[in-house]
Design a protein around this ligand. Sequence first.
Ligand code: EPU
Length: 424
Amino acid sequence: MDKVCIQGGVSLNGTVEISGAKNACMAMMAAALLTDEVCTLRNVPQLRDVAFFVQLLQSLGVSVQNPEPHTWQLQAKNITHEAAYDLVRQMRASVCIMGPLIGRLHQVIMPLPGGCVIGNRPIDLHLNGFKALGCSIDNQSGNLHVKAKHLKGNSIYLGGRFGSTVTGTANVLMAAVLTPGVTVIDCAACEPEIVDLCTLLQQMGASIEGVGSPTLTIRGTDHLKGFDYTVIGDRIEAGTFVLAGLITQGTLHIKGFQTQHLNALWHLLDNIHADISIHEAEGSVDVKPCLDRLTPFETTTLPYPGYPTDLQAQLCVLGLCIPGISLITERIYPQRFMHLPELQRLGGQTWLEGSTAILKGGTPLSGAEVMASDLRASAALYLAGLIASGTTSIHRVYHVDRGYERFDKKLQALGAHIQRMDEG
Ligand code: EPU
C-alpha cells in the first residue's frame, strides 16, 4: 500500500487540465449493455474505479478495447445477467449495471454492495423503480434476483429522505429506455452527470424528454444503437483545484470543464470575496491569491444545483484557513465527516454538531501522519498537507487513485512537493 508525503507551504501556480467526470462515465459504460453494437466512450479518466468497472463489464461478457488512453470501446454481444460479488463489493457504482441488464435481458442477479464508510447507502429507491416497471425482486443469500416477465412503462417517484438519487436515476432511466410504453420519473436527479447520460442515451436512439429537470419522460423502444460519446469534464476535480489554489494563495488557470456546473461554489466564493474569474465560453476559471480578504461562510450540501457533497471535505480545509467560524451542514450523507478527526491531527480546530461541521479558522496547520478514509476525505487531506508546515504523511492513499486522475502528478506540475512511497 502506498502513502504520500507532502511538504507544505508552497503555493500552487500554473495551468491544470481537468479529466473526464468519474461519476458520469460509470453509468455511461454501463449503457453499453443496452445494445449489441460497438460503443465508444472518450475522455474517460484513468482511475482505479474505471479499471474495476471495466473488469466488471468483462465479467458479464462485454468485449473491451482501450485503443488509446482515455478511449474505451465496448461491445455487449453475448452477455450474462449475473454479477460476481468479488467485483461488486469493491465499488458501489457497480449497481448501475442493474438498469441496463433489466432493460436488455429482463433479469439480473446482483450481490448487494455492502457497507460504505461515508454512510448508509441503501438502494431501495432503485428497487422501487424496477418494481414499478414490472420486476419482481428477491434477496437470496445477499444476492438480489431481479426478474421481469413483462416490463411496462409506469410513473415512478425517486425522492427519498435525502433528496433524489443519482445512480438510482441512472439505473431506472436505463431500464426504462428499453421498456415498452411511457415511463415518467418524478424527483429525478438533475446532476450534470445525469444530463450527460441522457444525452448519450438520446444518441443511442432513446426518447427522453425533460432532460436536466426533475421530471423525465421516457418512451421505450426495442432497439438502441451504439454510441461515440465524449464524457464531460469532472466538476468535482475542478472544484478541488479551485479550493487548492485559494488555500495555497496560488495563481491557477483551471480548464476543461463546464463552469456552470459549479455555480453553487462560485456563489459561495463570491460571497466571501474570493478573486476568481469564470470563463464560461472557454470552460475555464482563474484563481488569484486573495486568502487575506476571505470571510467565514455557512453552507449546506444539497442535491444539484446545490453545493455538492463531493466538495464538502475540501471546503472544510478552506474554512480552516479563514479566521473566524465557518459552518458546513451535510444534507446528503449526514455522517460524511471522517476527515475531521484527521484534520484535527494537523492542528485544525473542528467540531461536529449533528451533521454540521464547525470550523474555527486561522490557526496554522502543522504536518502529521493522517489516514485517508474515502476519496473526497483523501483530497481534503492533500489540500491540508499543502498548507501545513513540515511534512504530512497520508496513509491509505489508494482512495485518491479511485477518483482523481494523476492527482500527485497534477499537483507536482503546479509546484507541490509530493512524494509517493510504499508503506513498507
Ligand atoms: N439514497 C437512499 N435510497 C436509495 C439511494 C440513495 O436513501 O435508493 C440516499 C443515499 O443514502 C444518500 C442520498 O440518497 O443519502 C443520495 O444518494 P445517491 O443515490 O444520489 O448517491 P449515489 O448515486 O450512490 C453518487 C455519486 C457520489 C455522490 C452522490 C451524491 C456516483 C458513482 N457516485 O452516489 O459520489 O456523493 O451521488 O451526489 O455517481 C464520490 O464521487 O466521492 C461519491 C461518493
